[in-house]
Ligand binder design. Sequence first.
Ligand SMILES: Nc1ncnc2c1ncn2[C@@H]1O[C@H](COP(=O)(O)OP(=O)(O)OP(=O)(O)O)[C@@H](O)[C@H]1O
Ligand SMILES: [Mg+2]
Length: 360
Amino acid sequence: MRTIAIVNQKGGCGKTTTTVNLGGALAADGFRVLIVDLDPQAHASLALGIDPDELDENLYEVLAEPGGANHLEEVIVNAGDNLDLAPSSIVLSALEQKLASERQDSRTERLAAALAKLPPRYDYVLVDCPPNVGLLTFNALRAVREVIIPLETSYFAIDGVQKLLETIGLLADRIGIDLSVRILPTLYDGRTRFARQTLAEMRELFKDLCFDAVIRQNVKLRECAKRGVPINLYAPSANGALDYAAVAIEVEASPPDQTIALEDRQAEVDTAREVVVRFRDARAGDVRIAGDFNGWVPDKGVRSRVDREGETRVWTKILHLPPGTYQYRYIVDGEWREDPDNAQSLPVSGGGRNSILVVR
Ligand SMILES: Nc1ncnc2c1ncn2[C@@H]1O[C@H](COP(=O)(O)OP(=O)(O)OP(=O)(O)O)[C@@H](O)[C@H]1O
Ligand SMILES: [Mg+2]
């Protein structure tokens, strides 16, 4: 079960929109998704068509009451195919006060304890956080392994993000967990120079931490929230749907780095499969392969062979990969290209597309 919190203390940067629509895209890809609405504003619940006022129970019971962690299952409601919701309510805003007298540790571990008790029913848990770094956000950060920080490309103040990264880093140190953090550029309007510059700046700054996907401004994202469905069900061909589908592919392709114990590493070597890919071309002189499996270093750890089929030369690349999803490109005489024989690919912000390789 992958656990991802969507966090930023800045209001209106697209946290809820990201939670709901990434959730929708993952569910559409066949993964079982639970959305945890940890914001007393309950925007994620509403955007999934669920009015907290009409429910008897919500996350407050789970987080505030002694033994509440056992009751998460009872609070969860269905919000679509493969998509469940743990609904919020305005009463969550009273949690801080309610738990004021409790020990810091016990206060911030409530959501983690509740998730730990869930049966293994979900592939992804996405937690929508309120626009502040208070008790609720701390509960989210203690309960997850991964964090997505949406950043507006129309308004970008680096200090705020640095503060947030610092907080996350400190928390991760304290609890001895390695939180994997990624940045998602949102509300992008490519017609303005400011947005283009801001996006370039974010990429420069956060490098690999930045998603390749960018969420463009798209009025359909506002509309679908009002209708109470994720955009992939409301307007599947709208930019907003395409952008969140691209985020989902990136998320699916890159589980957080695991600290692998020695015996696990051996197991990884044991489960590695021999994967063979071929590139055919009549004119190319030098063909290498690079991907996330070799740190994007051309031909690193790869066995190569070149044969002839008439006029055509065939480069055979032999990789040893444990099961997983990988991205790669060929480097043909110095030019980085997607695999022409592989229909599965995803766009990359720097231009072009990466090919996708799934090892089962
Ligand atoms: N890419 C987008 N294009 C157009 N509108 C968007 C986009 N992303 C978000 N919005 C709209 O902007 C507003 C703020 O977005 P959202 O609610 O997702 O932000 P948030 O970070 O969750 O806010 P808060 O901090 O209040 O929880 C909403 O009305 C939403 O519909
Ligand atoms: Mg929100």
